[in-house]
Design a protein around this ligand. Structure first.
Ligand code: ATP
Ligand code: MG
Length: 197
C-alpha cells in the first residue's frame, strides 16, 4: 500500500497539496507497520519474561486476568522457588498458559481456575484447570475442523519442543495438560543446558 502511494507522490500531475496528504498517509501507514512488527516480536518473546523469569511474569499475568475477568485464578509452582529455564521453553510455557487462560475466560464460564507448573526430573508439566462448562469432545480430540488457531498453535509450539498437549473433560470443567521435556535446547548451534543461563 505504501509503495502504491509513493508512486502517486512522484507523479507529475498531482498537486502539491495531494502529495503532502499522500506523504502524511504513508507516514501513518509506516508507523502502523512498525507498531505491528513490535507487537509481533513482543508476542514471540515478551521482554518482561527475560527479565523477571517465568514465575513472576505468570504471577503478574494471572493477577491481571483475575481482576479483569472476575474469575478466581490461583497459581502454584513446584518447587516454590521455580528455576529459570531456556528462553524458548519459558516463552512456550508462558504462551501456552496465556492461551489456556484466555480460553477459560472466553469459553468456559468458570468461576475458578488454577495453574500448576511443575519441574519434574526431566520435564516440565503444566496444568490449567477450570470449573466451567467443559470442552466439546471434538475439541478434546483435536479434530482439525473444530480447533481454532489458539489450541492449534499451542499444540504446535509444544510439539516443536518435543512435548505433548492433552485436553480433558474434568467434570466439572476442563483440564489442559502439557508436558515438555527439559532436555537441552539448541541455540546457535551449541547445546546449552536448559537451566543454566
Ligand atoms: N476452557 C475451555 N472451556 C470450554 N471450552 C473451551 C475451553 N477451551 C477451549 N474451548 C473450546 O475450544 C474451541 C477452540 O479453542 P481455540 O483456542 O482453538 O480457539 P478459539 O479460542 O475459539 O479462538 P482463537 O483461535 O482466537 O484462540 C473454543 O472455541 C471453545 O469452544
Ligand atoms: Mg483460544
Amino acid at each position: 500500500m505504501a509503495k502504491i502511494m509513493l508512486q502517486g507522490v512522484f507523479r507529475e500531475d498531482q498537486t502539491a497539496e495531494s502529495k503532502g496528504q499522500a506523504v502524511a498517509d504513508i507516514n501513518k501507514l509506516l508507523d502502523g507497520a512498525l507498531q505491528q512488527v513490535r507487537n509481533v516480536s513482543y508476542l514471540l518473546h515478551p521482554p518482561l519474561l527475560d527479565e523477571v523469569g517465568l514465575r513472576s511474569a505468570l504471577g503478574w499475568y494471572v493477577d491481571g486476568l483475575s481482576k479483569r475477568s472476575g474469575i478466581e485464578i490461583t497459581m502454584g509452582t513446584q518447587p516454590l522457588d521455580f528455576p529459570r529455564l531456556a528462553p524458548e521453553l519459558e516463552t512456550t510455557l508462558f504462551r501456552v498458559i496465556q492461551e489456556a487462560l484466555t480460553n477459560v475466560f472466553r469459553h468456559s464460564q468458570a468461576r475458578k481456575a488454577y495453574v500448576i507448573l511443575e519441574r519434574k526430573e526431566s520435564e516440565i508439566a503444566v496444568t490449567v484447570r477450570d470449573d466451567g462448562v467443559g470442552v466439546p469432545d471434538e475439541i478434546a480430540e483435536f479434530r482439525p475442523d473444530s480447533i481454532g488457531v489458539g489450541i492449534g498453535g499451542m499444540r504446535q509450539r509444544i510439539k516443536e519442543l518435543g512435548g505433548e498437549l492433552a485436553l480433558r473433560k474434568a467434570h466439572p470443567g476442563t483440564s489442559v495438560e502439557a508436558v515438555i521435556p527439559i532436555g537441552a535446547v539448541q541455540s546457535e548451534g551449541r547445546s546449552v543446558p536448559v537451566t543454566a543461563r
